[in-house]
Design a protein around this ligand. Structure first.
Ligand SMILES: Nc1ncnc2c1ncn2[C@@H]1O[C@H](COP(=O)(O)OP(=O)(O)O)[C@@H](O)[C@H]1O
Ligand SMILES: Cc1cn([C@H]2C[C@H](O)[C@@H](COP(=O)(O)O)O2)c(=O)[nH]c1=O
Ligand SMILES: [Zn+2]
Length: 201
């Protein structure tokens, strides 16, 4: 029976890289894959998955209204889909996560979803909350705080490098806007303390 997998992490942990490696692995075995990423996250170009290590691939850009079950099943009727891979899964709606679960349960297509667990305030994203609730498999990918602990949180910073405490949940950006930190250093920064540096942490 196929499964719904959720690989979650803070930013800059290698989620997109791992997705692209998994996709390559399926394809080099001769299996047909479908890649999705959030339309609103266009850092690598619209409908493109890009990793900081330089890998990239074209993907289908999902909107809040996209029926992922219908899109994959339409392709599956044409050519057997061996695996569906979704980047920026935090931006899925709960209903879209249920559509991914249906792909595993009704069509026996494995689904690998990669995304953030929490936002810049430490609150769950809708897609992540639903994935944490119903995925068959949960795997945390690791990145490192400057202090050496596991970085589980995402601090949003302004142009001056100061912590941002208020704002919309969605704000697209990369290493210029977000810093992955351990919970202790995230909390200190949110309380007005300095950001850790490797030498001082
Ligand atoms: N030139 C490089 N060589 C090796 N690793 C790199 C390079 N550039 C960035 N990385 C690593 O790639 C990871 C970020 O990968 P990425 O897939 O973009 O992350 P995510 O999707 O989780 O935000 C980080 O661990 C970073 O240290
Ligand atoms: C924490 C947080 C992140 N985002 C956005 C910023 C990026 O565009 C993506 C995550 O990128 P990754 O490197 O692929 O992990 O999510 C956001 O909109 N709101 C947030 O609170
Ligand atoms: Zn730390």
């Amino acid at each position: 029976m196929a499964k719904l997998y959720f690989y979650y992490a803070s930013m800059n942990a290698g989620k997109s890289t791992t997705l692209l490696q998994a996709d390559f692995n399926y394809r080099e075995r001769g299996l047909h894959t479908m890649l999705f990423t959030a339309a609103l996250d266009d850092r690598a170009g619209a409908g493109r998955i890009g990793s900081r290590i330089g890998l990239g691939a074209e993907a289908i850009a999902f909107e809040p209204t996209t029926d992922l079950f219908a899109v994959v099943m339409a392709e599956h009727a044409r050519r057997t889909v061996g695996c569906t891979l979704v980047d920026e899964a935090q931006f899925l709606s709960a209903a879209q996560v249920d559509q991914l679960a249906a792909l595993a349960d009704k069509a026996n297509i494995p689904v690998l979803a990669y995304g953030l667990r929490t936002d810049f305030r430490g609150a769950l994203f809708e897609g992540a909350a639903r994935l944490l609730a119903i995925a068959d498999s949960l795997t945390e990918l690791k990145s490192i705080c400057p202090c050496g602990r596991k970085a589980t949180m995402n601090l949003r910073v302004d142009a001056a490098g100061q912590a941002v405490r208020e704002g919309a949940q969605t704000e697209i950006g990369g290493n210029d806007r977000y810093v992955a930190l351990c919970r202790r250093h995230f909390t200190e920064a949110m309380e007005g303390g300095p950001l850790p540096h490797a030498a001082t942490a």
